[in-house]
Design a protein around this ligand. Structure first.
Ligand SMILES: C[S@@+](CC[C@H](N)C(=O)[O-])C[C@H]1O[C@@H](n2cnc3c(N)ncnc32)[C@H](O)[C@@H]1O
Ligand SMILES: CC(C)=CCC/C(C)=C/COP(=O)(O)OP(=O)(O)O
Ligand SMILES: [Mg+2]
Length: 298
């Protein structure tokens, strides 16, 4: 039994397991503080559009007819709605790859943020969704949104290290990391997903990863790491760590071309955060890729 498994979950019998949380590190304390303090307009203004708050990026073609004339007084509002639509389209694509999910299934969102993807998953499948985040502020926000929507019986966010969750082994029908895998060691991560997933369950991640064909992380990838205090992994590490933990890829989709229109539109908005050029340049020079990987737990 790996140290992660031992420190994570000492099961005595169903329902009476003794849960010992995975150790947290000073780094995870910093990440918790980052997200507790985060309040960027680019995230809050987009979430205000329909109450789905995301901390991930968009995919798909920009609907320029929806934007209208850039000189129109309503243009900024339409641009925010369009950026948000593209971010919600990204979550829809992730959900498309979870496979057949029943109302009595349980899903796990590892690194759930303010819970936008959790709400979308429940609205699509009618199932239960458990989310974990290091940020108490995010967990509270997500649970408040669930109460406002009257779905608090179905979705729940908690402060918990995704490397050591309290969830029973082999019970999750599907689980995912939506732009949250770059904060943890992938072997530890996929060992925990492999533990909580049912045999035949589905794991999905949408992530940015550095491209081994480029050679090493580029300066743009380093800028993104510094901006978010994260540690972007290579595409090779994802596939190797999955294989070592009984996760066999069913689909690997390069979403790089699909995310560029979002970034090019975002770079024209008043909500820029300064990281836009690093994403655009790294996608264009091939050093960075935006991938969806869907894998079966065998
Ligand atoms: C970029 S946000 C993505 C949020 C969400 N997946 C979404 O798509 O909106 C990254 C999330 O990962 C969470 N996170 C980072 N490291 C974590 C860890 N070790 N355990 C649990 N959550 C973690 C952060 O708290 C944050 O909620
Ligand atoms: C693809 C990669 C490597 C992403 C890193 C993880 C991350 C911080 C995503 C966006 O969060 P956000 O929506 O809070 O960021 P922003 O403020 O830029 O919109
Ligand atoms: Mg954002």
């Amino acid at each position: 039994m790996t140290s992660t498994e031992l420190s994570t979950h000492i099961a005595t019998s169903a329902g009476s397991s003794l849960f010992i949380p995975a150790p947290t590190t000073p780094y995870q304390g910093d990440i918790a503080r980052y997200w507790d303090r985060e309040a960027r307009p680019v995230n809050l203004r987009l979430g205000d559009v329909d109450g789905l708050y995301h901390h991930h990026y968009g995919i798909g073609d920009v609907d320029h007819t929806a934007l209208g004339d850039a000189n129109d007084s309503t243009y900024e509002k339409k641009l925010i709605a369009e950026l948000h639509r593209l971010e919600s389209a990204q979550a829809e694509l992730l959900l498309d790859h979870l496979g057949p999910i029943e109302r009595d299934d349980t899903l796990v969102d590892a690194g759930c943020g303010r819970g936008g993807s959790m709400v979308m998953a429940h609205q699509r499948f009618g199932c239960r969704v458990e989310g974990v985040t290091l940020s108490a502020k995010q967990a509270d926000f997500a649970n408040q949104r669930a109460r406002e929507l009257g779905i608090e019986d179905h979705i729940h966010a908690r402060v918990c290290n995704m490397l050591g969750t309290p969830f029973e082994s082999g019970r999750a029908a599907a689980s995912w990391n939506n732009e949250s895998s770059m904060y943890v060691d992938l072997h530890d991560l996929f060992a925990e997903h492999s533990r909580i997933l049912a045999v035949g369950g589905r794991y999905v991640t949408i992530t940015g990863c550095w491209n081994p064909r480029y050679g090493q992380p580029s300066k743009y990838v380093s800028q993104i790491n510094a901006h978010f205090e994260c540690n972007i992994h290579s595409r090779r590490e994802y596939l190797r760590s999955m294989a070592d933990n009984r996760l066999v890829p069913q689909a690997v989709i390069d979403l790089t071309p699909a995310t560029l229109p979002y970034w090019e539109l975002r770079a024209t908005s008043s909500l820029v955060t300064g990281i836009e050029e690093a994403f655009i340049n790294s996608y264009k020079d091939g050093s960075f890729q935006y991938l969806l990987i869907a894998a079966d737990r065998i």
